[in-house]
Design a protein around this ligand. Sequence first.
Ligand SMILES: O=C(O)[C@H](O)COP(=O)(O)O
Length: 209
Amino acid sequence: MQLVLVRHAQPGRVLTTSGPADPELTELGVEQARRVPAVIARFAGGEHRIARVVSSPQRRARDTAAPTAEKLGLPVEVLDGLAEYDRDLPAYIPIEDAKRDFRATYDRIKAGHLPEQIDGPAFVARVLGTIADIVAAAEPADTVVAFAHGGVINVLLQDVLGLQRPLTFPIDYCSITRVLFSRSGTRTAATVNENSHVWELLPRNLPVD
Ligand SMILES: O=C(O)[C@H](O)COP(=O)(O)O
């Protein structure tokens, strides 16, 4: 089966809140999310079918999933285990803002490490367990589309590729990463961070005023 992982679109910045930060998409994020359905629909055809659309419970992932699920005529199945490592934190700073305003946090992520306050092994076990359940429930010709997060996608890639650090890859908003699971148990990272469908909508590629 093929697992197509889509990182959520750009969310807003939430700095102070009484509970966990759960930002909505920005206008740019909504536009990015609209680019996803046409790309995903190409994975259906022949004996291949898109069997499920699953999502992290966080709003930025669910709202990114919505246009794709609508185009496919499938529900968005929320899976708690696909939540990002930051789900209980009271702040969300988009990575392009962190680069400017929270340099130490940004540098730590870019060096491949989860934030200090995160229980890394518990996060990895929760994500890998959830993905193992998705794979076990799928038929060999199925594609499952999972809307998730940079950390979730990275720790799966770490496991599949045997990498040392949890956060090796820059995973762009609405980019697509595909992992193949064979009947015999072989796992293959087919593509990582495919982003041409949103290239000019990525913050670093926007026109400079
Ligand atoms: O890149 C980030 O901002 C962090 O890894 C948080 O993950 P997310 O933005 O993909 O939820």
